[in-house]
Ligand binder design. Structure first.
Ligand code: GUN
Length: 295
């Protein structure tokens, strides 16, 4: 049975460390603040946003959610972002995705001031991260995965990391972090058009799956001893539970965990790490804003 990579416990430790930094900033009159913009009524987005602002408050930061109706115009959304861009108490801005189809999400993400872009989705931050500039805000899920590998002492140098999925939010930034000097991994990036996916996944020393498809990875697709990072968040009906559904990843956990040496559970693996890195990015934004004012 594989070792569980417990993102909840790692997050608890990291958040304790960060709470001290928050207290130090508050002592000099700066309360790190995150504003989350939620458009419409997607229940999954609503739940994610609530856990983000709750995590902020628990750390002594200020977390607020601005709710806009499903049919909000792009002008109104731009105006909301303008207000947050110029509010000195707001250090981090996050527009929850996905947005309704009538809103041009790329233009909206570009409207957020890069120094408040704690999601790391603005092209300037994507570019800074790509060249390895420490000023970059790195997207939270890939940053959380790298932090988890580091803190769990999982070696990456020269080892073969195979990523399944090619999203801008997870896989592409993760690819550049894994091959950067330091981690030094060998990389294969696969996606929906890759023929014979199993041929690639079986070569992985570290397998990262970020697709959104239950049971995409089965036990016959991995080699013994692999480290599995499951980024999937799939809701499946579960009539026995109070909510009527449960969360599962993209990996057939019960069977793959018999073959792997380490694996992230869903829930309780990558998810909490993502929120922890959002807190870290908000803290970084607040620190940088404070330093910029002091100089
Ligand atoms: N939707 C799913 N994941 C994310 C994320 O990391 N940031 C934002 N803004 N929206 C998301």
């Amino acid at each position: 049975m594989a070792r569980l990579l417990d993102g909840t416990e790692l997050s608890r430790v990291m958040r304790e460390e960060m709470a001290q930094e928050v207290a130090a900033l508050r002592a000099v009159g700066v309360t790190p603040g995150l504003s989350v913009v939620l458009v419409g009524n997607n229940p999954a987005s609503r739940a994610y946003v609530a856990s983000k602002t709750r995590a902020c408050e628990a750390l002594g930061m200020k977390g607020q959610t601005l709710e806009l109706p499903e049919d909000v115009s792009k002008e109104e959304l731009f105006a909301t972002i303008d207000r947050l861009n110029t509010d000195p108490e707001v250090h981090g801005i996050l527009v929850q995705l996905p947005l309704p189809a009538h809103l041009p999400y790329k233009a909206i993400l570009e409207h957020i001031r890069p120094e408040k872009d704690v999601d790391g989705f603005h092209p300037l931050n994507a570019g800074l991260a790509f060249v390895g500039d420490p000023r970059a805000f790195v997207p939270c899920t890939p940053a959380g995965i790298m932090e988890m590998l580091r803190r769990e002492n999982i070696p990456t140098r020269g080892r073969h990391a195979v990523i399944v999925g090619r999203s801008l939010i997870v896989s592409k930034p993760l690819a550049s972090l894994l091959v950067a000097p330091g981690p030094d991994a060998t990389l294969t990036l696969t996606h929906r058009h890759t023929p014979d996916l199993a041929h690639h996944t079986r070569q992985a020393d570290i397998l990262i799956v970020a697709v959104g498809k239950q049971n995409l990875i089965t036990a016959d697709m991995v080699k013994p001893g692999v480290v599995v990072i499951d980024v999937g968040q799939n809701r499946v009906p579960d009539p026995g539970s109070a909510r009527g559904y449960k969360m599962v990843g993209d990996v057939d956990f019960d069977n793959v965990s018999q073959v792997a040496s380490a694996i992230t559970p869903v829930p309780g693996g990558v998810g909490p790490m993502t929120i922890t890195m959002l807190l870290a990015n908000t803290l970084q934004a607040a620190r940088q804003a404070h330093q910029a004012r002091a100089t």
